[in-house]
Design a protein around this ligand. Structure first.
Ligand code: NAD
Length: 230
């Protein structure tokens, strides 16, 4: 039986691929609050602004490349049963080669209608325009979980964390709930590691490894792969 590793990742993991983190992304549009850019209220008030924000993020995400940390995490699959649980809406984990990725907050690569039928459609890098509709005839919106909307895969993700032998939290400030609460499902005997630039309150039992993910994650993964041959 291979050991099981669960990765809990956030926007800091993609920072070294050139994608702004949560706070920095808001900074780019600092005349607006996140509520205006990423909430059902914001969408109702000015959908064109919301589409423009996400069209820009989608274009930037497609121009970006997975970094050494994304690639190392994908390589873990050689010797481990790996599940990536991410708050990220980019697809850099998949492009690095990770095959099991749960996107808690949706994906830039998909759009969906705004009516009762929520079937999503793949758009990849294409922008969503005002007036562009789904097959049911309602305006397309990004398939992103906005503030106040329901986080996806939470039950499944908590079960994965609870059954993991190793949990690596990387690039998340653990400030957006309920995703942040997943760290607490880890088993007492699991190896638990946290890699961010800085963190005031490190969750109990997590080994804190501060620094850029591209410097911290590859050697950590190498050690795990060596100590756990296929
Ligand atoms: P956050 O901005 O709150 O926290 C980022 C964390 O990453 C910080 O703790 C910081 O110390 C750390 N960090 C920054 N650069 C790093 C690096 N090079 N290596 C390691 N750690 C680094 O982000 P969050 O916790 O992911 O916030 C969650 C919200 O942000 C989610 O709703 C998510 O959907 C959204 N978001 C996603 C993306 C993306 O998909 N790339 C980008 C921006 C925001």
């Amino acid at each position: 039986m291979p050991g099981k590793v669960v990765i809990l990742s956030g926007s800091g993991l993609s920072a070294e691929s050139g994608l702004p983190t949560f706070r920095d992304a808001a900074g780019l549009w600092r005349q607006y609050s996140w509520v205006e850019l990423a909430s059902p209220e914001g969408w109702r008030k000015h959908p064109e602004l919301v589409l423009a924000f996400y069209n820009e993020r989608r274009a930037k995400a497609w121009a970006a490349q997975p970094n050494a940390a994304h690639l190392a995490l994908a390589a873990l699959e050689k010797n481990f049963d790996v599940v990536v649980v991410t708050q990220n809406v980019d697809n850099l984990h998949e492009r690095a080669g990770s095959t099991r990725v749960l996107h808690l907050h949706g994906e830039l690569a998909y759009a969906r209608g705004t009516g009762p039928k929520r079937r999503r459609q793949r758009i990849d890098a294409a922008p969503i325009e005002m007036g562009q509709t789904c097959p049911e005839g309602t305006q397309l919106r990004p398939d992103i979980v906005w503030f106040g909307e329901e986080t996806r895969f939470l039950g499944e993700a908590s079960e994965h964390v609870a059954s993991a032998d190793k949990v690596l939290v990387v690039g998340t400030s653990l400030s957006v709930y309920p995703a942040a609460g997943l760290v607490e499902y880890a088993r007492a005997d699991a190896e638990k590691v946290l890699n961010v630039l800085e963190m005031e309150h490190v969750p109990a039992d997590y080994r804190f490894m501060p620094g850029p993910a591209t410097r911290i994650v590859p050697p950590l993964v190498d050690g795990w792969l060596r100590s756990h041959p296929p």
